[in-house]
Write a new protein. Structure first.
Length: 256
């Protein structure tokens, strides 16, 4: 990752442009309506960070995969488990039971879903494709350093969602940290962020459903299922990470 003076200036300009547009969208009324402004700003910022990723690493929606990621069945299990977590973030039980009712118009639902996608694209490109990949380059081939990079990037991702000191925000930040680890680990295994974008979109669409629906989304059954699911999926990811570390310490078997 060698930057010339011109490339460094270009990265700084793109970074400043992306954050400026996001700030204008969030803190002023210059942008169009709620969702339209958010969509425009996130897509613009995502394009800026894709360009930054290309300048820094010669990649676009990629993360250089960990060489030890060879177990296809385990990788498929990791992806499927995280998809279940993201889908579970929607108020499925509430919708099925009638306790949660979608009240928004079709136009608002479309804009809402497009907004959720634009946020997912922007954040995955920034935190996984740019930030995590940069940390991976610094970490080198050492698997422990790569995991440290993964956790640091997830922590920064979590801190970006800070919105004041209260219990709900702290819970959200903790869960966001774990999601950042999960999405980053999948990118590390698969070599791209496309799965992360899809999962992030599903998670946002379900978690922000209060903007298009009314009712109690956190019924007792949902809370219990979410807790059990979190423990089960966390165990799968922990097993895979420990396996990666053990395999990295095991010398390859050479033919006699």
């Amino acid at each position: 990752m060698k930057l010339t003076g011109f490339k460094l200036i270009l990265v700084i300009i793109l970074f400043a442009a992306a954050l400026s547009v996001i700030a204008i969208s969030e803190f002023t009324e210059i942008m169009p309506s709620e969702y339209t402004g958010g969509i425009i700003s996130r897509l613009f910022a995502a394009a800026c960070f894709i360009a930054i990723a290309a300048i820094l690493h010669g990649v676009k929606l990629r993360v250089n995969p960990y060489e030890g990621a060879k177990d296809r069945k385990l990788r498929a299990l990791l992806i499927a488990a995280m998809f279940v977590v993201c889908v579970n973030n929607a108020p499925l039980i509430g919708l099925l039971s009638g306790n949660v009712v979608i009240t928004a118009s079709d136009d608002r639902i479309f804009l809402y879903l497009f907004y959720c996608f634009s946020v997912a694209l922007f954040e995955e490109v920034l935190f996984r494709c740019v930030l995590l990949e940069t940390f991976f380059v610094i970490a080198g081939d050492n698997i422990r350093n790569k995991f440290l990079a993964l956790f640091i990037s997830a922590l920064i991702f979590s801190l970006s969602h800070f919105d004041g000191f209260n219990f709900n925000v702290m819970i959200q930040m903790g869960y966001t940290f774990l999601l950042g680890v999960g999405w980053g680990y999948i990118a590390m295994k698969e070599g791209h962020i496309l799965w992360g974008i899809a999962m992030h979109f599903l998670y946002n669409a379900g978690g922000m459903a209060a903007q298009i629906a009314e009712g109690n989304r956190w019924d007792t059954a949902t809370v219990i299922i979410t807790a059990l699911l979190s423990v089960a999926v966390g165990a799968v990811y922990l097993y895979s990470m420990v396996k990666d570390i053990i395999n990295s310490n095991t010398p390859p078997v050479r033919p006699a």
